[in-house]
Design a protein around this ligand. Structure first.
Ligand SMILES: Nc1ncnc2c1ncn2[C@@H]1O[C@H](COP(=O)(O)OP(=O)(O)OP(=O)(O)O)[C@@H](O)[C@H]1O
Ligand SMILES: [Mg+2]
Length: 281
């Protein structure tokens, strides 16, 4: 478990506009409660830029490291290249400059839309990854059932996506990502389409899964409060071409009770993130 952080750890106002500090083993260790040591980063983005064939320059040189035990969120104005960055991290696209490396091939991607196969039950949707990678039938069934249980859908495996609520569909999508036991999980605004109550529930759920699991995460969101509530660090991007303008360690430990969102310290830190966002939009 991660140790609770103290108020002394709180980032200062200056941090909101200063250059991002280099991620260190110490930082990961503090965030994760697990020894960082010589463990390689789960994701290393090293001077990565992206210009599309039509000339759109989506990303400037991005430097970003996500270490085991970190849940890093990225906030930035619409069109600043957040999804592009995530696609580079997933290996779905290549940078035009710089390098993107992951420490393992076990990388999962959760999209904004659950993108479930409508003709397969929830269980069969979760089993799909195992099918594609040749996991024996009994084993992939066992893993899929266990992961559906983990996301609170133990009783819904036989239902088809059309029979599930938006929140339940997103839970299936999370299960489909986690069943692969990823070392790195990538989330592209997964809760953006959910109603407020379901969204808050899913945030709590994700934190539970993150605390219980053993994966590093990079999470894109438009919501500053979601970013602060979930993450060990908040990375703020400028308007296009996106570059990192602030990298702020979140001064709260885990577990995080939902009431933390109403704490004045939470509001103060969210204010710093918002200020950095507005200054560079
Ligand atoms: N395949 C592509 N070809 C050309 N331009 C693209 C391509 N994909 C994205 N872009 C452009 O790159 C820029 C960044 O897009 P991206 O989807 O990464 O933004 P984003 O930060 O995720 O935005 P949003 O918050 O609205 O989801 C945009 O101007 C977009 O139009
Ligand atoms: Mg996007």
């Amino acid at each position: 478990m991660r140790p609770p952080a103290t108020a002394d750890d709180a980032a200062t106002d200056d941090a909101a506009t200063s250059a991002p500090p280099p991620a260190t083993d110490d930082a990961a260790e503090r965030a994760s409660g697990r020894p960082g040591g010589s463990t390689p980063p789960a994701l290393t983005v090293d001077g990565a830029g992206k210009t599309f064939e039509n000339g759109t320059r989506a990303l400037d040189a991005i430097d970003l490291t996500v270490r085991p035990g970190e849940l890093v969120t990225v906030v930035g104005p619409s069109g600043c290249g957040k999804s592009t960055l995530l696609r580079l991290a997933a290996g779905l696209d290549q940078p035009t400059t710089g390098r993107v490396t992951t420490s393992s091939d076990a990388v999962s991607y959760v999209f904004q839309d659950p993108t479930l196969l409508e003709w397969r039950t929830a269980l069969h949707n979760v089993e799909l990854a195992g099918e594609l990678t040749g996991v024996p039938r009994a084993e992939r069934r066992r893993r899929a059932l266990a992961t559906l249980d983990l996301v609170g859908l133990g009783g819904s495996g036989r239902q088809f996506p059309r029979e599930l609520s938006g929140g339940m569909r997103m839970r299936v999508s999370l299960a489909r990502a986690l069943v692969r036991q990823p070392d790195l999980a990538l989330f592209d605004e997964p809760f953006g389409a959910l109603d407020e109550i379901t969204r808050l529930q899913m945030q709590t759920e994700l934190l539970r899964l993150f605390s219980a699991g053993d994966f590093a995460a990079l999470f894109i969101t438009h919501s500053v409060s979601e970013a602060v509530y979930l993450s060990t660090r908040v990375v703020v991007m400028s308007g296009r071409p996106g570059r990192i303008v602030a990298d702020l360690p979140v001064p709260f430990g885990y577990p995080r009770p939902p009431e933390l969102r109403y704490d004045p310290a939470f509001a103060a830190f969210a204010g710093q993130v918002s200020a950095a966002l507005e200054a560079h939009a």
